[in-house]
Design a protein around this ligand. Structure first.
Ligand code: ADP
Ligand code: MG
Length: 268
């Protein structure tokens, strides 16, 4: 993301950025580039077969398809949680399929934010600690020398992010399991965005919500992604959410292996 990338050179110096990948990332580089990717689970048939797919920096895309067609699998390939049997997935010009697992985990923590369908918050940790944990994973060792001042700054960042997402301030010390679904969503978005990811991946977290709650969630998500300049990949079977996006694609159209499901709505 640009403000993250600009940090190293903000004073006009030519100091290297904290991560070499940043020096390769420019306006022309795609945020995500998928080439000749083939994936099957160990026991099963081919789920993903994509010749080429690209998402530009700061671009938002809505990917839709019925349940079981491979949406979550594809997102797991984008984030390096799964590795394809063939082909490459590049994020910011780094082929994450070629990274060692520990490097891939580190790369994900630093560059990719994920909002999971069930939020995946740690239920017994406070809101603050759930987000601190994500910051810790993205922090390449700096935590070891952390001072009280640094911790305060981190806490201030968390609070300001939660305030931007309109989470009541009294929620911050409460356990994640004690929050309403709407509040948990906001925490999940905050956790995904706190490390200023270049790519934000969202796996249909609205399925359990009514229409007005869905709309509110989408507005918060999209505004926050825009203001932090993140590329956004949102997948869902729910085509009513497509109206929030300019770029709308059926998984069937990009994935030669998408399982046949119910007829898609031709209006979208
Ligand atoms: P969607 O997110 O579109 O509902 P998924 O990506 O979860 O679809 O699943 C795509 C296909 O892969 C389904 O047939 C599903 O049963 C299968 N699948 C998903 N996860 C696994 C797994 N861990 N092991 C084996 N098969 C899986
Ligand atoms: Mg899914």
């Amino acid at each position: 993301m640009s403000n993250l990338l600009n940090e190293a050179g903000a004073d006009g110096s030519t100091q290297p950025s904290k991560n070499p990948v940043n020096t390769l990332f420019n306006e022309q580089s795609p945020a995500v580039l998928v080439e000749s990717v083939v994936f099957s689970y160990v026991s099963g048939k081919r789920i993903i077969d994509i010749k080429k797919w690209r998402l530009n920096k700061s671009e938002h895309v809505f990917l839709y398809g019925p349940s079981g067609c491979g949406k979550s699998t594809l997102l797991n390939l984008f984030s390096g949680i799964l590795t394809p049997q063939q082909g490459s997935v590049s994020i910011l010009n780094t082929d994450i399929t070629g990274l060692k697992p520990s490097k891939r985990d580190c790369f994900r923590a630093q560059h990719i934010g994920v909002v999971f369908q069930q939020f995946n918050l740690v239920p017994y940790l406070s809101v603050l600690d759930n987000i601190r944990l994500a910051m810790h994973f993205a922090n390449d060792g700096a935590d070891k020398q952390s001072t009280d001042k640094k911790s305060t700054t981190k806490q201030e960042r968390i609070i300001s992010m939660l305030q931007a997402l309109q989470l009541p301030i009294d929620c911050i010390q409460r356990k994640a399991s004690e929050l309403s679904v709407g509040q948990q969503q906001r925490v999940a978005i905050a956790r995904a965005l706190i490390n200023k990811p270049d790519v934000l991946i969202v796996d249909e977290p609205t399925s359990a919500l009514d229409a007005s709650a869905k709309d509110a969630f989408m507005k918060v998500l999209i505004e926050t992604a825009k203001s932090s300049n993140a590329a956004l990949i949102f997948v869902s079977h729910d085509q009513s959410l497509a109206s929030h996006f300019k770029r709308i694609e059926a998984l069937f159209d990009i994935n030669d292996s998408a399982a046949l499901g119910p007829e898609l709505d031709s209006k979208v």
